[in-house]
Write a protein that binds this ligand. Structure first.
Ligand code: TXA
Ligand code: MG
Length: 315
């Protein structure tokens, strides 16, 4: 188990360097162990999905270590500010309107204009985020469809050497994921029950929290699926260079002529990293009234890419 490191100042320094260099570090939080990457490095974020074997690109939580970063990343109204001051650091994730619209953040936000932010209550996590100097995107550090890890050993058993470093911080005290609330509307909406009781939040806010009709993790009907990104102009997918129309902005894959190429070398991790930023560029350009995208192979991250573009093309 060469990639498990006990906590020390030196471990944090090394881990932060890995984050800065675009690698993956698994770190303890009070809820579960996270699989972390620099939120601004789309390739590293794409690698989170590849490593977990996640077939869709859910937006990921941006983990921060100080309140200032919350204001930089997102629109923080008085309700969000009050909740942050009361419950952070802690097992509460807030979905808020995104302020930082830089394309490098697009994959973490799955192309949405909203984002989720949390300040974890664990000294190792906070120190790592601070030393890295960037917010850290982190889903639970396990393979997709398996249970969340609450010890460094669980992480190793699930992901092995695919993670550059696992920081051992003992067992997670809370042991279930954070509570997620959506603050992007006037109502406060519970998206996921978790480590902070709904009643505790309600008592503090003095209002009832509405339970979301759809659970983003287990959608039972298309209407309940996590809100997804779709460009403003029509998007056709699985379009070969021969099938592409003159009036379409063409997003290619592999060795072909196109307006933007997701990956000339057919590297699916690179393609995933570019996906949302390129779709945004395609909808922002004004020369073509429509977008076409080349076929993407259905293997590895190609499953997640095809899932998202299929939804993005739905009219
Ligand atoms: O306790 C936790 O929250 C752990 C630790 C590592 O912090 N992290 C975690 O992340 O559970 P993850 O990726 O498994 O769950 C994040 C969930 C996703 O399922 C996604 O649906 C939801 O948060 N989410 C993220 N951003 C969102 C957004 N903008 N709108 C709606 N849902 C969002
Ligand atoms: Mg998870």
């Amino acid at each position: 188990m060469t990639n498990i490191f006990a906590y020390s100042k030196d471990t944090i320094k090394k881990a932060a360097q890995i984050i800065k260099d675009g690698g993956l570090v698994s770190f303890p939080t009070e809820t579960v162990y996270g699989l972390g990457a620099n939120v601004y490095n789309a390739k590293a974020v794409a690698n989170i999905f590849a490593t977990k074997g996640r077939p869709t690109f859910n937006p990921l939580i941006s983990h921060i270590c100080e309140l200032n970063t919350f204001y930089e990343l997102s629109e923080v109204d008085t309700r969000a500010e009050a909740l942050a001051k009361k419950f952070w650091p802690g097992p509460l994730t807030m979905v808020v309107k995104r302020k930082d619209l830089s394309p490098s953040l697009d994959l973490v936000c799955a192309g949405l204009k909203t984002m989720s932010v949390r300040m974890p209550n664990h000294p190792v996590a906070l120190e790592l985020i601070k030393e890295s100097g960037v917010p850290i995107a982190a889903p639970s550090a396990n393979r997709s469809q398996s249970i969340s890890p609450t010890t460094a050993r669980h992480v190793f058993e699930s992901l092995g050497e695919k993670v550059d470093m696992i920081i051992d911080g003992g067992s997670c005290k809370v042991g279930v994921e954070s509570t997620i609330i959506d603050l992007t509307t006037k109502d406060t909406v519970l998206l996921r029950a978790g480590g902070l009781a709904k009643e505790t939040i309600e008592e503090f806010l003095g209002e009832e929290i509405i339970i979301s009709q759809g659970n983003p993790n287990t959608p039972t009907s298309p209407g309940q699926m996590l809100k997804h990104y779709a460009p403003r102009i029509p998007l056709r997918i699985n379009i070969t260079p021969q099938e592409k129309r003159e009036d379409e902005f063409y997003i290619g894959f592999g060795n072909m002529e196109c307006n933007l190429n997701l990956s000339k070398t057919e590297d699916l991790t690179e393609a995933a990293a570019n996906l949302f930023a390129y779709m945004h560029l395609a909808e922002e350009q004004t020369k073509y009234p429509a977008i076409a995208m080349a076929p993407i192979p259905m293997k590895g991250l190609g499953l997640a890419i095809n899932d998202r573009i299929k939804r993005a093309s739905y009219r």
